[in-house]
Design a protein. Structure first.
Length: 403
């Protein structure tokens, strides 16, 4: 994999190591978020035995390297004291522990968990697509439990009204006044299940919440909690009785993650857990515990904001997006909002990978999940069997990578 090192100083072109005095880590390949986050152990199957990343355990009565038992003098080391882990490394390890907790309930969806963590770091929203039964709902519930966040679920149906999502004014006979009753949108993680089964009017009720992080009822804006993340699910195989999401709403989603069917060994692990008594409604019984919270996410966002981006890498991201607008297979290319989203997700992935700078490979790794829902195929291209994935592959192969 090629790493870009721009020549010549520019205001944002410096590539310093994230932690002074430490060796710059080697960039990790990350095709479509399929590589574990730095600090998290890869888990093909997860399981209750998966442990959060951290120091190696020591035998009973033993002490960690660099420490000594209370009341005993410290032995001379003959060298400098070990460097304590940086705040960024600790935060990455904590978010890696979140993945390990989710793996106790969800098997084989590490890439989706990584995408959701990236969305939280970027304050974005996620569209999940997958056939029924691939643990979309369980994934969201497990993530909220590991992050100690409040979560609510809305089943979108054809008769759902906007007030059922945002809340409405309710008349109180005792006080003879109207009071506002909050809807399920007032939460940290909102699971909008089968969002494409409700009419566009109700779908549009989420636009203000997703963009402005507030809802307006009777002309009064009401702020939403922080963090606030909409995770919408849609089924790719059931088209009858569905309403396609408008382009304006699709563009509000930071990522579109496709949840695949599990591999054979992963599916065997799912059955083994159920045979052992696993109850998807009892996450505490599955051993999931909160290992992070809103404060950790806020600190991690501040670290992501410090990630440097060379001007050449900025130009590469722009060239990728502009190439989609010139593709003969697409009727709609990526907008400038999509380009800023690609930059944000690439910075988050670079930080999660242990680097303080973005490489072109980070842009490539996040191109598919960040851009696949922002483009539209021409009708004739669809008839020829062209897919958005193949178009993005062609674009990424054609755009020159900065050296």
């Amino acid at each position: 994999m090629t790493e870009a090192h721009p020549t010549g100083p520019t205001p944002i072109a410096e590539h310093p190591p994230e932690d002074q005095g430490q060796t710059r880590p080697t960039p990790q390949p990350a095709p479509d978020l399929g590589v574990p986050v730095a600090g998290a152990e890869p888990s093909g199957t997860g399981g209750a035995g998966t442990q959060a990343p951290g120091p190696e355990p020591h035998p009973a009565g033993a002490h960690a390297p660099g420490t000594h038992a209370p009341g005993t003098p410290a032995a001379p080391t003959g060298g400098p004291a070990p460097t304590p882990p940086s705040p960024s490394a600790e935060l990455r390890a904590t978010l890696g522990a979140v993945r390990a907790e989710v793996a106790k309930a969800v098997v084989g969806q590490d890439a989706a968990v990584t995408g959701l963590v990236i969305a939280l770091l970027c304050r974005g929203h996620v569209l999940l697509e997958g056939v029924p039964g691939v643990a979309k709902t369980l994934l969201v519930r497990s993530l909220s439990a590991a992050l100690d966040l409040d979560t609510k679920r809305v089943q979108f149906t054809p008769d759902l009204m906007p007030g059922d999502v945002t809340g409405s004014l309710v008349y109180d006979a005792r006080s003879a006044e109207f009071s506002f009753r909050e809807g399920p949108v007032f939460t940290n993680l909102l699971l909008a299940d089968e969002i494409n089964r409700t009419p566009p009017k109700t779908q549009a009720s989420l636009l203000e919440a997703m963009e402005e992080r507030q809802v307006s009822v009777d002309g009064v804006p009401r702020p939403l909690p922080d963090p606030f993340l909409v995770i919408a699910t849609q089924n790719p195989v059931e088209y009858e009785g569905t309403y396609a999401l408008p382009e304006a709403q699709l563009d509000r989603f930071l990522l579109k993650l496709v949840l695949p069917l599990p591999e054979r060994e992963q599916e065997v692990e799912v059955l083994a857990r159920h045979a052992a008594g696993f109850d998807p409604r009892d996450l505490r019984g599955a051993g999931i515990r909160p290992v992070a919270g809103p404060q950790v996410l806020a600190r991690a966002r501040a670290e992501v904001a410090r990630v440097q981006v060379a001007r050449e890498v900025l130009g590469y991201a722009v060239d990728v997006c502009r190439a989609t607008r010139q593709s003969p297979s697409l009727s709609l290319g990526v907008s400038p909002r999509g380009a800023t989203a690609l930059l944000a997700t690439a910075r988050a992935w670079a930080w999660l990978s242990g680097r303080g700078y973005v490489t072109p490979d980070d842009v490539k790794a996040l191109a598919h999940p960040t851009l696949r829902h922002r483009v539209q195929l021409r009708a004739e291209a669809e008839l020829e069997g062209v897919t958005t994935e193949s178009v993005l592959d062609t674009v990424l192969a054609a755009v020159p990578v900065p050296r």
